[in-house]
Design a protein around this ligand. Structure first.
Ligand SMILES: C[S@@+](CC[C@H](N)C(=O)[O-])C[C@H]1O[C@@H](n2cnc3c(N)ncnc32)[C@H](O)[C@@H]1O
Length: 261
């Protein structure tokens, strides 16, 4: 029998003309037509089907870095966990999935919150979101950045929340004492650390927290990792509780929440 040529989809059975998938081919090169049962010899070596590696599921794939595989192996939409979304049209450096977690966060921990510090604000889309949350919860929003968000683009949304009046400009790393002073005030402080040197920020802010305060460290496992943290810092933070770890790992939100107990 003349061996058949396969195309990228499969090959046609010479008996009945029905298209066969590659799965039908046996290792010997012989296959049975699933329609008429005829024996068919296929010439092209059939590519072995890649066996899915279960251990790699639920991890960020090295190729896209932004993709996560769920247990059912469907990739989360590339857009919603891309770290460049917008809030009310203002550019943010957060993925949409992060806003989902922040919504849950403010519902649960916002009521007791007195102030929210964003350390590193960039274009201000996330800052507008935090400032609006604070407005709603009657808390204070304070943003630290060396550059003014208006530098990028002033717009009505930023003016509406009077972002420029809530910002402290200049080198944030030189303002740590000021932040320590703010944190010591009564009531819950929440810090979102998202400047440039995350290990420095964690080392600086973690020991400052009082009971009930929360440190949300962005870019965990990217710009800071468990193994980079000095044991003394963890000792100073203890006792603490991690919040929303499932979301951080499952939705790739990158923010690790530490609640000081
Ligand atoms: C990753 S961006 C912040 C993103 C923002 N939190 C968001 O979610 O959209 C980091 C910011 O840190 C600021 N930054 C870098 N070095 C700084 C410094 N020494 N003092 C204060 N801000 C600094 C940059 O200007 C930049 O706006």
């Amino acid at each position: 029998m003349e061996p058949l040529r396969s195309n990228e989809k499969g090959f046609l059975c010479p008996g009945c003309g029905v298209l066969q998938g590659f799965e039908a081919v046996l290792p010997t090169g012989w296959a049975k037509c699933s329609n008429c049962g005829a024996d068919i010899l296929v010439r092209t070596k059939v590519k072995e089907k890649k066996i899915k590696d279960d251990t790699k599921r639920n991890k960020i794939t090295p190729l896209s870095k932004r993709w996560i595989r769920r247990s059912d192996n469907t990739a989360i939409n590339k857009v919603i966990d891309n770290p460049n979304c917008s809030f009310l049209g203002v550019q943010s450096d957060q993925p949409f999935t992060a806003f989902y977690v922040w919504e849950k966060f403010f519902l649960k921990y916002g009521k007791k919150m007195q102030r929210f510090i964003e350390f590193g604000c960039d274009t201000g889309g996330t800052s507008v979101y935090f400032a609006l949350q604070c407005l709603n919860l009657e808390a204070q929003y304070i943003g630290f950045d060396r550059r003014k968000p208006e530098v990028y683009k002033n717009n009505p949304t930023k003016r509406l929340v009077q972002l420029h009046k809530k910002m402290v400009y200049g080198n944030g790393y030189e303002k740590a004492k000021q932040i320590k002073h703010i944190i010591q005030d009564d009531g819950r402080t929440v810090i979102f650390a998202d400047c440039i040197d995350k290990p420095w920020e964690f080392k600086m802010f973690a020991p400052m927290l009082k009971s009930g305060d929360i440190l949300a460290m962005h870019d965990w496992d990217r710009a800071i990792k468990d193994e980079w943290v000095e044991p003394e810092t963890m000792v100073a933070l203890t006792p603490y509780r991690l919040l929303y770890e499932e979301e951080r790992l499952g939705l790739n939100t990158l923010t690790k929440f530490f609640l000081k107990e």
